[in-house]
Design a protein around this ligand. Sequence first.
Ligand code: OOB
Length: 543
Amino acid sequence: MPDPTQTCPQQLWPAPCAARYRARGYWRGVSFGGWLDEIAAAHGPREALVAGTLRLSYDELRNLARAYAAGFLGDGFAPGDRVLVQLPNGPAFLPVVLGLLYAGLVPVYALPAHRDREIAHLVAGSGARALICAESYEGFDYRPLAEAVRAACPSLTRIYIDGAPQAGMSRLADLADTAPLDAPVPRDPGSVAFLQISGGTTGFPKLIPRTHDDYIYSFEASAGICAVTPRSVLLTALPAAHNFPMSSPGYFGALSVGAKVVMSPSPAPGAAFPLIAAEGVTHTGLVPPLALLWMQAAKAAKHDLNSLEVLLVGGAKFTPEAAAQVRPTLGCQLQQVFGMAEGLVNYTRLDDPEEVILNTQGRPISPDDEILLLDEDGAPATGGHGVLHTRGPYTIRAYHNAPEANARAFTPEGFYCTGDIVRLRPDGNLEVQGRAGDHINRAGEKVSAEEIEDNLIAHEAVFDAVVVSVPDRFLGERSCAFVVLHDGAKAEDRALKAFIRGRGIAEFKVPDQIVFTDRFETTAVGKTDRKALRAALKKRHFA
Ligand code: OOB
């Protein structure tokens, strides 16, 4: 029997590639546990983490993580067990995640915005044995959610609450009352360190297996590209479970060089600006709508933002016009980042000409990131413009346990099909021009059209539904659902939205707009071709 806790063969890089990545020094052969020991040894007394009233040095962060690690193992978890983590950007996030990794457990990251249907899907898909969540965040009590997920998922045996647990749940902080683990539980650096969720174009999000070797390479290299140094201060403003704030260069990149990480409970200027002023923040990352909001707010800001050196913007297209406003309003340098949780990350470089920084989404981290542009039929694209396919030392070769999705998303040669339509400029920089896949990039959160459609069709009055993305001045894109009701059935906009919320999905997936229509034009496009139907509706209503 293969060991289900280790990387499955399909997820692995072919041996010659792996050998090359090791020989070139990308894969250092260190697991996250060993990495935590390394950074504590190198930067021990320096300040590592500021979150709420918690301030920890590297030594203290490591010790707290080691205590959590011992606590998890003492509660009966075994190396390789999956643990779902749904925590906001608070004091618990980093010590708990590092504790799990130190114990050889595999975090499965979820966003605070996810609700029971999504969490149950992630628990079932990963076989997670435990769930860690906050008692409440932004007015939402997570304990009933956790209980509902446990009732639906037999693998889930323990629930840890950051705050006050209900009966049958455990208090997260109690785990840290354990004598710290002496040394990290050994893990193969080539095995899966954690599971990230994909934005996804189909149904539910898929799970992205990232290995110790590949991930540590991606954030250590990113820290260099983003000029993060021991004197840098990085603010985590976006939800910490996202790949961007985690590794581009993210809190992991910052910790890898001995910088200070500051957690902001929210990305709103009201929460972030005082932290920038108080902690002397030098680096942070935002999605374009938030960058616009910050630039607006900075004009009237009471707080001193002078410490800011680099603002990374990515997750969705940042227009050149908005890009040009970063320095005049925030007084810092813009660095565009075009990345994906599946791997490949591109950055404009800090010493690039202004024209490149404003107009492009940069170029890959690694000399071994391979870029292949194909047309929509899969033939090599001409004219430096096509659908971006990529493989390399930190881009996955397969999703976790998803043979059908893998057949669609990866070529036989192991290239990941990003679905992004890009132009590769002669200078090597990429410009994102659009997308081949059917998802809505709503303020950087990727929402699958199919997933919303499935939720709408579950309503008894709904005969059919088609969801499309619509350009939005602030969000970048918003969702519009076209809905056909059953003959004689009635349903209102508000009731349908409430129904979707009631099904336990994140608020950002509730359609922004619902248009009731009599029937879908199926003659021109063929009844089953939803992709064409989405395109036709979009063209007719929003072109
Ligand atoms: C980041 O990761 P995901 O997995 O949430 O989304 C990836 C997708 C890309 O395939 C692309 O469609 C879009 O988000 N995207 C951009 C972009 N950055 C990401 N589209 C246009 N311009 C950009 N700058 O979003 C992510 C992961 C790591 C770093 C940064 C972003």
